[in-house]
Design a protein. Structure first.
Length: 406
């Protein structure tokens, strides 16, 4: 009995060891099959997915990921995402990665910095990539802080004081800027020009000195595809351009000469005068006087480009076109000239009416001398109710008092 019992127990142990060995072999074979399937997937009769659209934007490239895509990723092992349901239920996913070592958040990489520096952009290597390579606009709007001066702001943006003054004609004291004033700052030294109705690159460069049409087109931030078909309202930077000095005025048109013709503060409610010259009437029926004449120095070589008619104590007053012509521009700014209108009088002449509270005309509209174009107001940068009125000849500013008897 003792020997037979021992033999029975030995046979039982042997059988258990054999079953364990078989189980281990089965598990090993199953793991090998899984690994082989992930590394060498079998051909499928399912149709291939359409290619995923690729796209890029400044500093980042990405691909739109289709719903449920990449739930399983072929690799040395089978890897799943956190939630298959969550991925499958997405309508669109975005896979973004930095391109060429450029961070989509931080400053430029060394290579892009060098490329940007050769372009002459101020701040290359400091500003985000989008500000250098893909600029939306050739300008920056800067809100002044306490203690700001024109020279200080110009230095901050790497441009000359003269450039800042030329592009902000309503600045009166370059040594003291009120806090909260919006300044228009070009990316480079030059003149910012907002395209008016019907303007072309050729007609624009004729209004300034030291600039050619080719230079305007070649400056990439201007994004010009057709120099003869510009979008009205588009802002162009004329790099290196200068404002034309006042040209020698041609013989003034005939002035109102009827006896007793009202002018200025004595006008009262009298109708606007008319004559057969280019400028047929005053822009206002009445005003107190001239609060700031043409040519007042503004710092550097800048000067007051128009004439200011004082309207202290007046309510919003009707503004009249002083010539027959076509409205070339209407603007609704909260800075500088505020709401203003420009009328092309023909023959190289144009007139500008600034700080309006209401505009009643649109670009392309024909107007007649004496026609109401809107109301005076206090929009833009102004220290009191007045009309800023300009006359330009072939792009140059001329003294309105030479042509109308203010």
């Amino acid at each position: 009995m003792g020997i037979e019992g021992t033999r029975a127990r030995s046979h039982a142990h042997a059988r258990r060891h054999g079953r364990l060995t078989v189980h281990v072999l089965i598990v090993a074979l199953a793991l090998v099959a899984v690994v082989s399937a992930t590394r060498f997937p079998a051909r499928s009769s399912a149709s291939a997915q359409a290619p995923v659209p690729q796209f890029a934007f400044s500093g980042v490239a990405g691909a739109a990921q289709r719903p449920g895509q990449a739930v399983f990723r072929p690799a040395a092992t089978t890897q799943t995402l956190g939630s298959v349901v969550a991925v499958a239920s997405r309508t669109e996913a975005l896979d973004a990665r930095a391109v060429g070592g450029v961070s989509p958040v931080h400053s430029l990489s060394a290579g892009v910095t060098a490329a940007a520096a050769t372009s002459g952009e101020v701040g290359a290597g400091i500003k985000p990539l989008a500000d250098i390579i893909d600029p939306r606009s050739p300008i920056v709007e800067y809100e002044t802080q306490a203690g700001d001066t024109v020279s200080g702001v110009a230095a901050k943006f790497g441009i000359s004081m003269q450039t800042l003054l030329d592009n902000n004609p309503t600045v009166r004291n370059p040594n003291l800027l009120p806090k909260g004033l919006i300044l228009i700052v070009p990316r480079k030294d030059g003149i910012l020009h907002k395209v008016a109705y019907g303007e072309t690159v050729d007609s624009i460069v004729q209004q300034y000195d030291n600039i050619t049409a080719a230079q305007v087109v070649e400056y990439k931030p201007n994004n010009i595809t057709d120099p003869n078909n510009l979008e009205a309202g588009k802002v162009l930077l004329l790099v290196g351009a200068k404002i034309k000095p006042p040209p020698p005025p041609p013989p003034p048109p005939q002035r109102p000469s009827q006896p007793g013709t009202p002018a200025g503060p004595s006008a009262g409610d009298a109708p606007a005068p008319s004559s057969g010259g280019i400028f047929k009437n005053f822009p206002l029926a009445a005003w107190r006087g001239i609060s700031d004449p043409f040519g007042t120095p503004r710092g550097g070589s800048s000067y007051h480009t128009g004439i200011d008619l004082d309207l202290y104590g007046f309510g919003p007053s009707p503004l009249f076109a002083v010539c027959d012509g076509v409205v070339s521009r209407t603007e609704y700014l909260t800075y500088s000239y505020g709401y203003y209108v420009v009328i092309d009088c023909g023959g190289g002449w144009s007139t500008l009416y600034a700080h309006m509270s209401q505009i009643d005309v649109v670009p392309g509209q024909s107007v007649s001398a004496g026609q109401t174009i809107g109301l005076t107001g206090l929009t833009g940068f102004t220290t009191g109710h007045h009309l800023h009125f300009e006359i330009r000849y072939n792009g140059g500013f001329v003294d309105p008092a030479l042509y109308l008897n203010f």
